[in-house]
Design a protein around this ligand. Structure first.
Ligand code: TRP
Length: 394
C-alpha cells in the first residue's frame, strides 16, 4: 500500500469562524423535528421514522433507546423521480439520445447497485474497502476532538462501518450524518447501525446532494469529515465534478476535511469487465432506467430489444454506458404523448464513469480550492482515497 500522508495540519482564516457546540442531545433532536415542522412547506416536510413503531413491537426498550439516537429528515422534493418527464422528453428527442444517470437510483436501482458492488469484476468496492480497513484508524487520527462524519450518497453505509468504528474507538461517540436520495436505504442502514453501535447518533437526510448540502451547512456546527466514496465523483463530467466539489467546499470550515474515493485510470480490459460483468448485473442496472420509464411514464420499452454496452474511451479517460437498440423499433411513452424511433444499433448514452490520474485528482481539488493532505492507494494501485483540506492563505 502506498501512502503519502504529511500529518494533520491546521489552517485558520479570519473570515471563517469555528463555533463549537455541545454534544447532540435529545432536546436537540426534538428541536430539529419542531423546527423542521415549523418550516415545512409543500416543498419540504419531515417524516418521523417508521421503523421505530415496527421495532418497538419486537423490543420496546431497545427500540426506544435507538429511536432517541436517530433523526431522519426527508426533504419532500428529494423524490428521485423529480424532473423525470422533462429529462426523458429532452434526452430521447435529441440527435444523440441520452438519459441522465440520476434516474438509475430508484429503490430497485439502488438494490441492483448493491449487487454490482459485490461482483468479482467490480474491483472498485473491494479496493476502496481495503484502503478504508487498513487506514481508518489513521484517518480518525486526523481529528482530535468530537467529529461529525457526513457521508454523501451513503447507500447501505457498508463501507463506512470501518470508519465509524475507528471514530468510535478514538472518541467514544460519533455523530453520523448520512445523506442519500433513497429514504428506504437510509432507514434500513440507520436501523442496522444503531443496533450495532450504541454510542452512535444518526442525523439522516433524505435529499438530493444540493439541498442536503445546504441543510448541512445550516445545521452542522461541529468539526466535520465529509466522505464521498465509491468514485461517485467520477459520474460527473470533469467540469461538473469541479463545481460539485466547490459546493462541498462551501460547507467546509477551515478544520473540516473531505475524504474522496476516486477510481484511477487503468487498462481498457479491466474497465470493460468491471462495467459489463459476466452475470449481467450491470446490464440489469442500466436497463432498470427503461423499466422505470415504462412504469412511471407509461412506456412500452421492450428490455430485451436493447443491449447493455460499456465503451472505454481512453482518450478522455472514461467508461461510457450505453443501451443499444438491437433493431429498428418504435417506443411509445403514453404519459408524454411521445413516440420515439430507434435505428438498428442506435444508442442511448446513459452514464459516464470518469477515471483520474493522481495528477488529475490534485487539479480537480485545486479547482475547488482544496488541498490534498493525504492519499492512500490499494495494494494493486487501482483505486485512491484522498484527504483534502480547504486551501487557505496561511
Ligand atoms: N460510481 C459507480 C462507478 O462509476 C457507478 C456505477 C457502477 C455505474 N457501475 C455502473 C453506473 C454501471 C452505471 C452503470 O463505478
Amino acid at each position: 500500500m502506498h501512502a503519502d500522508a504529511t500529518g494533520p495540519t491546521s489552517c485558520e482564516r479570519t473570515d471563517c469562524t469555528v463555533r463549537s457546540r455541545p454534544a447532540f442531545t435529545i432536546n436537540e433532536i426534538v428541536h430539529a423535528f419542531i423546527i423542521a415542522q415549523l418550516q415545512s412547506t409543500p416543498a419540504a416536510k419531515v417524516e418521523m421514522d417508521t421503523w421505530y413503531e415496527q421495532s418497538q413491537r419486537r423490543s420496546p426498550v431497545r427500540a426506544a433507546e435507538n429511536s432517541k439516537r436517530l433523526t431522519l429528515i426527508s426533504l419532500a422534493d428529494a423524490k428521485s423521480s423529480d424532473g423525470l418527464e422533462e429529462a426523458v422528453r429532452q434526452g430521447l428527442s435529441r440527435e444523440s439520445k441520452t438519459l441522465p444517470c440520476r434516474y438509475f437510483y430508484d429503490e430497485v436501482g439502488s438494490e441492483i447497485f448493491e449487487q454490482i458492488c459485490d461482483l468479482p469484476e467490480y474491483y472498485l468496492t473491494r479496493a476502496e474497502h481495503e484502503i478504508l480497513r487498513d487506514r481508518a484508524p489513521e484517518i480518525a487520527g486526523w481529528f482530535e476532538g468530537p467529529t461529525t462524519v457526513v457521508e454523501l450518497g451513503s447507500g447501505s453505509s457498508t463501507k463506512t462501518r470501518v470508519l465509524i468504528e475507528a471514530f468510535l474507538k478514538r472518541h467514544g461517540a460519533l455523530k453520523y450524518v448520512p445523506l442519500d436520495i433513497s429514504k428506504t436505504m437510509l432507514e434500513e442502514s440507520a436501523k442496522a447501525l444503531l443496533g450495532d453501535y450504541p454510542a452512535l447518533e444518526i442525523f439522516a437526510i433524505a435529499a438530493e446532494y444540493g439541498r442536503g448540502l445546504a441543510r448541512i451547512r445550516e445545521e452542522e456546527q461541529s468539526r466535520k469529515l465529509i466522505v464521498f466514496l465509491g468514485s461517485s465523483i467520477g459520474n460527473f463530467r470533469r467540469e461538473d465534478a469541479a463545481s460539485f466539489l466547490r459546493e462541498v467546499r462551501a460547507t467546509m470550515r477551515p478544520d473540516d476535511r473531505l475524504l474522496l474515493g476516486i477510481d484511477l485510470r487503468k487498462s481498457a480490459d479491466v474497465l470493460e469487465n468491471a462495467y459489463d460483468d459476466a452475470a449481467g448485473v450491470t446490464a440489469r442496472f442500466n436497463k432498470n432506467i427503461l423499466s422505470r420509464i415504462n412504469t412511471e411514464l407509461a412506456g412500452d420499452f421492450e428490455l430485451d430489444e436493447f443491449a447493455h454496452q460499456a465503451v472505454v474511451n481512453e482518450e478522455v479517460g472514461r467508461v461510457e454506458m450505453h443501451l443499444v437498440s438491437r433493431r429498428s423499433q418504435q417506443v411509445r411513452l403514453d404519459a408524454l404523448d411521445l413516440d420515439i424511433t430507434f435505428d438498428e444499433h442506435e444508442s442511448i448514452h446513459t452514464e459516464n464513469s470518469y477515471k483520474y490520474s493522481p495528477g488529475e485528482i490534485d487539479e480537480l481539488a485545486a479547482s475547488a480550492d482544496l488541498r490534498r493532505v493525504a492519499q492512500w492507494l490499494d495494494t494493486k494501485q487501482q483505486f485512491s482515497l484522498s484527504l483534502f483540506a480547504p486551501e487557505c492563505s496561511s
